[in-house]
Unconditional design. Sequence first.
Length: 295
Amino acid sequence: MKITNNDGLPEPIFQAIKNRPYNRGDSDISVTGLISPPRILQLQDRLKDVLEVEASDSLYALSGSAIHATLEWAGATLDKDRYILEQRLFAEANGWRVSGQIDVIDLKDSLLTDYKNTSHYVAIFGAKEEWTQQLNIYRWLCHVNGYNISRLEIFANLRDWNKMKSYRDREYPQVGFKVIPIEVWPLDVTEKFVHDRVAIHQLAVTTPTASLPMCTSDERWTKGGGWAVKVDGHKSAKKICDTKQEALSWMSANVKDPATLAKTRLEPRAGEQRRCIGYCPVRFHCDHGKGVAKK
């Protein structure tokens, strides 16, 4: 994969992005890969000789790496009998070796913490679903490797936090970080989830490119969408519903006049597929992404 610098990043930053280390170790797939859409993972692998990624798209990832690097400073004085930092763990599932890089294990509190650079909206709306998946797989890896973990949490560094907004708005995060507890799944549920995800990716390896499964709406980070209840002659929708059935139920309950009902129709809303628009690394090579992506 070629990293380009068409946006003109300063050379030291460009070189830092090019040289940012990543190694999943001796494994077939990482936890990050496991929870990723198989279509994206396969296209990245199959197009690695022609794929180009703009360096500026990796600035957030670079700042995230900086947080992980600071854990080395913490390791100089932390109790090594209590804390395990930046350790990669391995386990087997369906004949594949799965690996995951654990940020911090607190053996005394049976606590696993993952550090993320993210938006302040996380402090308001909570953790993303993939974070719950990721940390529970980490817990499963810990279990397989002999570590007892009963609690999971995200340390969210709010990269866009604004101190002045915190003075003006008491609903806004009052500090620039948030510790977010993560739901803990039963280990057997997690193990089944891991095996199911491995099987999906194993199937994708042998699937021709033209037949790779499309990413789901959630995997495309779709915002908005649903079904609009429209009345002919009216510019604005009367109601936006998540599903067609909800829209039909709303019409039945709220549109009583037969003349109005005759002019009422349902209109699908595609929503904004944010990952396809500007975040997916293979969006310009994907049959779906090419029709949505913007440079």
